[in-house]
Design a protein around this ligand. Sequence first.
Ligand code: BDR
Ligand code: CA
Length: 314
Amino acid sequence: MSEEKRTKIILDCDPGHDDAVAIMLAAGSPKIELLGITTESGNQTLEKTTRNALNVLQWIGRGDIPVYVGCQGPMVREKMTAADIHGETGLDGPVFPPLELKPQKKHAVQYIIDTLMAGSGDITMVTTGPMTNLGMAIRLEPRIVEKIERIVLMGGSYQHGNVTPAAEFNILCDPEAAHVCFSCGRPVYMMGLDITRQVLCTPDVVERMKKIDNCAGRLFVDLMAHFCRTQKEIFGLPGGPLHDPCTLVWLIAPDVITTKPMYSTIDISHGESYGRTNCDFFSYLHKPQNVRVAYAVDVDGYWDVIEEELRRYS
Ligand code: BDR
Ligand code: CA
């Protein structure tokens, strides 16, 4: 393993097919130090997303990574799930052996607070689900804010949404939590649909990953069989947009994804555009540019990183 300094992260997720790939990248990359995984409801119920996170870790032989169970649902709005995309289990497709791993006893929000407070400001919060756990942690213990190195999230879109014309799923699941995080004052990097809709896992990508033929490659192929089918049925896409790993790909190979600072707010008005990320692409408003919004991705480079990281497994 290289002596290069690794980026310390907490991965907050709601697995989810694309979250599962993000977990594999986070757990395997020599550039990342995955301190812990926190779960919340999102793609499926909390119980199911937690089970899915544990199943993925067990499958890749990383039962040493602690998993903390988080919030049952959003701060204000009613709970949503994405069973249409991710299925009844939240991770339909792969068949896992009996689950032996168990989550930790400490609540995820408390784990986030304790870990950040004990840290020296060098921990990156990566979120690939609704931002409930992080938003709650900030509200419960505001002193953690200055301890967050940066927030890297998959969510939002400066263009259009994927659940309503305006809103993307992760943000719409808990717009109030996203508002707390976006406005906290620490650097925020938003990997939204604007780039994730460009990284479509088409059949040629699946064939390429099939050749890896290790535990990670096989799980990727099984995951994508279900995910790509539902993405085609619902959105008519020729391949599943591999949303969540964008966060890790950017941390591992920042040149692959280009960001632009923009003044960005969350619509928490409960109107038609509830949950929209309003990103001032052209700086019309001349307001402080609080979020670096991803707007371009080197698609070939993206798949190269995914393949390279999956190949690290045996
Ligand atoms: C996001 O929604 C979820 O269904 C995916 O896991 C991803 O985090 C994309 O809008
Ligand atoms: Ca997700």
